[in-house]
Design a protein around this ligand. Structure first.
Ligand SMILES: [Zn+2]
Ligand SMILES: [Zn+2]
Length: 100
């Protein structure tokens, strides 16, 4: 399969950008079937808007108050999971800097 540079139009800003042969090869390699839709600037802007990182959040229920909450890790079976406010109420947690 041969690739040649192609000029695409960004759907966000309407600017033309080059989808290079190298990038096409990369897309082909990754089995991406869609052409890129945004120029580099808009892509960078979008990922910056999302915080730029992927976080795994698991929806679960607080074992203290039963409130639905999300935790940034996979809860282990049998271990209590606390929502943010219950976590703060735990002795020795959250108020560590208060001094006693
Ligand atoms: Zn753009
Ligand atoms: Zn709770």
């Amino acid at each position: 399969m041969e690739f040649t540079d192609r000029v695409l139009t960004c759907i966000d800003c309407g600017a033309e950008f080059v989808f290079t042969a190298g990038e096409q090869l990369f897309f082909h390699d990754k089995q991406f079937t869609n052409d890129p839709k945004r120029c580099k600037q808009c892509k960078a802007k979008r990922s910056a808007g999302n915080g730029g990182r992927v976080r795994t959040e698991t929806r679960t229920n607080c074992s203290e108050c039963g409130m639905s909450t999300t935790v940034p890790f996979k809860p282990t079976q049998g271990r209590p999971v606390l929502c943010r406010s219950c976590f703060q109420k735990l002795p020795g947690r959250g108020q560590a800097a208060a001094g006693a």
